[in-house]
Ligand binder design. Structure first.
Ligand code: HEC
Ligand code: HEC
Ligand code: HEC
Length: 410
């Protein structure tokens, strides 16, 4: 996620203040441990911590939204600038209903439309855990949206149209494992925040849950088990990807690398397996039809591929298990939009390292070496020869991808 933009922490306002936290007594211990696990599953720290900061949950990280950039607030137990003085009801209303302490609407950049699937007890446990972290005095100015979205009241209409509050209800016709996976995906894991296509106003297109979406220049691929690459992945393949960041087909990079590193790699083996069981059972989108690319472009792309790419991904695109992704299997290559393929070729990519697999292999950048037409040719070749996409990528697509990437200082 975006890390540019002036950050709202003025050095002088940042202090770790010793103060009365509502520290845990021994009978709270189990609640705190459940809360810690859920806080990780929900990845609250990813937005509410400034990257590189030594103060988890102290806020300040800029979050991109369809309306503009917001900074996530301080949710440490500091009484003045954090949530230390909030009641449990106020905290629950923020996390599950998107209401701030003063009753104002929160923007859905805070994933409350997903967290509403958690129970009141779940959120009370998260609170119990957050009460044990270091209180940090850090006043964050949250609201930096352009008119009319700077008016929180514009969210009243949004909530009315798009927000369906309510706890997860298990489906009695499905297994216990399926239901646990569904709860984790739809609730704390908020996987749809990235993997579900959005309307112009940033709400989920709910009929297309987990059918894939593009955000910040990354394609979050379709992750239903009936289309896209998960169709060919086993439950074990999906679980390994979520647990370690790698499997024999793919490696998690970018935003998903962060999700794996901070969240899913810390879940129990049972939970990642339940997520996989649920995803495998979801039906997907209908495949689209497109025109075939030009033969000369395919020949040029094939030559560049042999030259620059086949050393790692092999001539047949199948790569090397656990090292170089199998381009015939990964979703990014078959995705309808070429965004991630272009980004990876232009900028390169380093896969996440997790405790189980400490060194992730890297993909070099080719943006400096190849011009737009050459990148378009090799991207077209890879997508249509190894993937399921028959549409050509144009030099203009590459030009647009380059400027979009240059505009983003990571
Ligand atoms: C994807 C980013 C993201 C994640 C993940 C996230 N938040 Fe937030 N959160 C935000 C943003 C942005 C706001 C501010 C929204 C606004 O002001 O309209 C916010 C607001 C809040 C608030 C209201 C604070 C205030 O001062 O009004 C609370 C409480 C909160 N989040 C708790 C949590 C908890 C607990 C979790 C994990 C269960 C979590 N958040 C996960 C981005 C996130
Ligand atoms: C912050 C955005 C974000 C969130 C939240 C997120 N993902 Fe992803 N996910 C991505 C992106 C981007 C990719 C593509 C990664 C790449 O290109 O290496 C991806 C890739 C994946 C893949 C690999 C698909 C393939 O075919 O290569 C799986 C499986 C997956 N995500 C599952 C999940 C699950 C399950 C959750 C919720 C627990 C989740 N993701 C939450 C952004 C996200
Ligand atoms: C030095 C080895 C190496 C070379 C050369 C190389 N790659 Fe890669 N490639 C990798 C690695 C490693 C990854 C996984 C990176 C990650 O997970 O972040 C990767 C990832 C990718 C992906 C994304 C796969 C996914 O999981 O979504 C694509 C597409 C890709 N490479 C295409 C190419 C193309 C096209 C070329 C030639 C222009 C090329 N690669 C050259 C090592 C290489």
């Amino acid at each position: 996620m975006r890390r540019v933009v002036a950050i709202a922490i003025a050095a002088a306002t940042l202090c770790v203040c010793a103060g009365p936290s509502r520290g845990a007594s021994s009978q709270d211990f189990a609640a705190v441990e459940r809360g810690r696990y859920l806080t990780t599953a929900a990845d609250c720290g990813s937005c509410h911590t400034t990257p590189g900061s030594a103060h988890p949950f102290a806020g300040g990280r800029p979050i991109e939204t369809p309306f503009g950039v917001l900074a996530a607030p301080n949710i440490t137990p500091d009484r003045e600038t954090g949530i230390g003085a909030w009641t449990d009801d106020e905290f629950d209303a923020a996390v599950r209903r998107g209401r701030s302490r003063d009753g104002a609407r929160l923007y859905p950049a805070m994933p409350f439309p997903y967290y509403t699937r958690m129970s009141r007890q779940d959120v009370a446990d998260i609170r119990a855990y957050l009460d044990t972290v270091e209180p940090v005095h850090n006043a964050v100015t949250v609201n930096r949206l352009p008119f009319p979205f700077d008016l929180r009241s514009s969210m009243i209409a949004w909530d009315a149209m798009y927000f369906t509050p309510g706890e997860f209800r298990p489906d009695a016709s499905k297994s216990k494992e399926w239901n646990r996976g569904a709860y984790l995906v739809q609730g704390p894991g908020h996987c749809g925040a990235c993997h579900t296509p959005k309307t112009l106003l940033g709400s989920d297109e709910s009929s297309k849950a987990l059918h894939g979406s593009v955000l910040q220049g990354w394609t979050a691929p379709e992750i239903t088990g009936k289309q896209g690459s998960l169709r060919d992945w086993s439950v074990e393949d999906i679980a390994a990807y979520l647990k370690t960041g790698h499997n024999k087909n793919a490696a998690a990079a970018g935003l998903m690398g962060e999700v794996v590193g901070r969240s899913t790699s810390h879940l129990t083996d049972g939970d990642v397996e339940d997520i996989a069981i649920y995803l495998k059972d979801l039906s997907g989108s209908a495949p689209g039809k497109t025109a075939s690319p030009d033969k000369d472009v395919m020949n040029a792309g094939g030559a560049i591929y042999q030259d620059l790419c086949s050393a790692c991904h092999r001539g047949d695109g199948k790569g090397v298990p656990q090292m170089f992704p199998n381009l015939t299997e990964v979703a990014t290559v078959s995705a309808a939009k070429p965004d991630t393929v272009l980004r990876v070729i232009i900028q390169g990519a380093a896969s996440v390292s997790t405790e189980k697999e400490p060194t992730g292999p890297a993909m070099p950048a080719f943006g400096w070496q190849l011009d737009d037409a050459q990148i378009a040719a090799v991207a077209t070749y890879v997508r249509s020869h190894f993937g399921k996409q028959d549409s050509a990528v144009s030099a203009a697509d590459v030009g647009r991808a380059r400027s979009a990437l240059a505009a983003r200082v990571n």
